[in-house]
Design a protein around this ligand. Structure first.
Ligand SMILES: [Zn+2]
Ligand SMILES: [Zn+2]
Length: 222
């Protein structure tokens, strides 16, 4: 036998491995494949997102030719492949429209127009802030966000995975939502809080000042 089906404890490494990762558009430049590759899988749970993205990546994704029947409202309202219910029903029941399980749904990326609108919104808000708060915001922005989970590519070695995770830690910028939240909180925060965060920044120089004063005092008293 060439494979040991079902033997989870197999010790030998796999016999054959592709030299290059599978490319789903290597011999296929069709509009359909391009469209499928451009799908942003969103508004499903984390697990379903991964399942659908796997299907897309390995050319298994079959888009719906016509809307299918929703298991809740029983109307032909399901527009996304592999989903069991329509968007409104999933929202109403607070479940994932693909697996039907109650869980946190992954929001979609903002569209180009939404992104532009958000960018100008951020800029306008930033301009409206006093200088101190603006500095606090820029410091917050440069501190970078939490790293996101590395993608689970089975073809990668463990070392490769670790490197990728490190890169993610270093390069993950703050999301727009985080920045917007911070701006809003800065706008609302009273001056006391603002001074506190500013104090943080000047702690070092304040300490230096004290040191200098102490030295001066020492020299006076000696
Ligand atoms: Zn429905
Ligand atoms: Zn799901």
């Amino acid at each position: 036998m060439s494979s040991q089906k079902g033997n989870a404890a197999r010790s030998r490494p796999q016999k054959y491995q592709n030299r290059h990762a599978f490319k789903n558009n290597l011999h296929d430049t069709s509009h359909k494949t391009k469209f499928i590759n451009g799908i942003d899988v969103a508004n499903v749970c984390e697990r379903c997102k991964q399942i659908i993205e796997w299907k897309i990546k390995y050319k298994k994704y079959k888009p719906l030719k016509a809307p299918s029947k929703c298991v809740k409202c029983e109307q032909k309202t399901v527009k996304h492949a592999y989903h069991i219910m329509c968007g409104p029903c999933a929202k109403k029941n607070e479940v994932c429209p693909k697996c039907g399980i109650k869980s946190e749904l992954i929001p979609g990326k903002p569209t180009v127009q939404e992104q532009l609108k958000l960018d100008t919104e951020l800029q306008v808000m930033l301009k409206a802030l006093p200088e101190r708060k603006r500095r606090t915001f820029i410091r917050y922005m440069n501190r970078k966000g939490k790293p996101q989970g590395a993608n689970n590519e089975s073809s990668k070695s463990e070392e490769g995975m670790a490197e990728e995770q490190l890169e993610n830690v270093a390069e993950q910028p703050r999301t727009r939502e985080e920045l917007l939240e911070k701006l809003k909180s800065l706008k609302l925060s009273n001056n006391e809080e603002d001074e506190m965060s500013d104090f943080e920044d000047e702690e070092l120089s304040l300490e230096d000042d004290l040191m200098i004063k102490k030295k001066k005092n020492d020299s006076i008293f000696k």
